[in-house]
Design a protein around this ligand. Structure first.
Ligand SMILES: NC(=O)c1ccc[n+]([C@@H]2O[C@H](COP(=O)([O-])OP(=O)(O)OC[C@H]3O[C@@H](n4cnc5c(N)ncnc54)[C@H](O)[C@@H]3O)[C@@H](O)[C@H]2O)c1
Length: 244
């Protein structure tokens, strides 16, 4: 494939975990991946492994989002795929969620999705082509406790997919969500969520822990040419934990 024909993807929060696995899966499919993360050094490491391009990016920073999208267009000439993966994943009971924490989770998980999606759809709209995948969560289906702000943002992410598909479809852009179950990412393994495996794995139809590479192929499919007839949908990838 010539460089001119190579599709270009931006993946947010891709320095580790599910985002890094998605970046690797897209690269294996021949996509040039822009690995972005608030952790610039981590993004560099992932990009080096997959022959990608690294950009330090806090998705909640409007100026930086607009600068990075402009740089990608200037340097690579196109943006075919956006994967909205970056998120804060807190575990806080309702009584302890301060308004400050609420706002911070909204600003990364929801405002961040708005900012980069808005910037990228401008580029995709001019090209008449695009694939957007939001990483939601099966906590929205399960109603998982002790993270109500997080669950609210993931429901909003699915709401955005449903609400935006019609406008974007007219421009040749699809937008879908992938909602993973509990996955052994670096973030989960290093925090209190890790205790959730003991409770959740027995409820899954497939009784083993999920890993980031269990999620990535579903995202790559929705980001592919083959998924042209699928938009406004949510694909739950949770080993059958939830079944709706
Ligand atoms: N791991 C799970 O169990 C699970 C389950 C369902 C959904 N998800 C979703 O999958 C996605 C990835 O989760 P993960 O478990 O791999 O997370 P993780 O915590 O391992 O990695 C998240 C990445 O996002 C980056 N990040 C944080 N704030 C950022 C910001 N403001 N701007 C840009 N990057 C930022 C972090 O630096 C990190 O590299 C998230 O959207 C999460 O909600 C995860």
């Amino acid at each position: 494939m010539s460089e001119k024909d190579q599709r270009v993807a931006i993946v947010t929060g891709a320095a580790q975990g599910i985002g890094a696995a998605i970046a690797a899966e897209l690269a294996a499919d021949g996509v040039k991946v822009v690995v972005t993360d608030i952790n610039g050094a981590g993004a560099e490491e992932v990009a080096a492994r997959i022959d990608g391009v690294a950009k330090q990016l806090d998705v909640s920073d409007p100026d930086r989002v607009s600068a990075v999208v402009g740089e990608v267009v200037a340097e690579l000439g196109r943006i075919d795929i956006l994967v909205n993966n970056a998120a804060l994943v807190p575990l806080t009971s309702w009584d302890d969620i301060t308004f400050e924490e609420w706002r911070r989770v909204m600003s990364v998980n929801l405002d961040g999705v708005y900012l980069i999606t808005h910037a990228v759809t401008d580029v995709m709209g001019k090209a008449g082509y695009g694939r957007i995948v939001n990483i939601a969560s099966n906590t929205f289906v399960a109603g998982t406790p002790d993270c109500a702000h997080y669950v609210a943002t993931k429901g909003a992410s699915i709401g955005l997919v449903r609400g935006l598909a019609g406008e974007l479809g007219k421009k040749g852009i699809t937008i879908n969500a992938v909602a993973p179950g509990i996955i052994a990412s670096e973030g989960v393994l290093s925090g209190p969520h890790a205790a959730g495996f003991d409770y959740v794995v027995p409820m899954q139809a497939i009784n083993r822990r999920g890993v980031p590479s269990d999620v990535a192929p579903a995202v790559a499919f929705l980001a592919s040419e083959k998924a042209e007839w699928i938009t406004g949908q949510t694909l739950v990838v949770d080993a059958g934990h939830t079944r709706n």
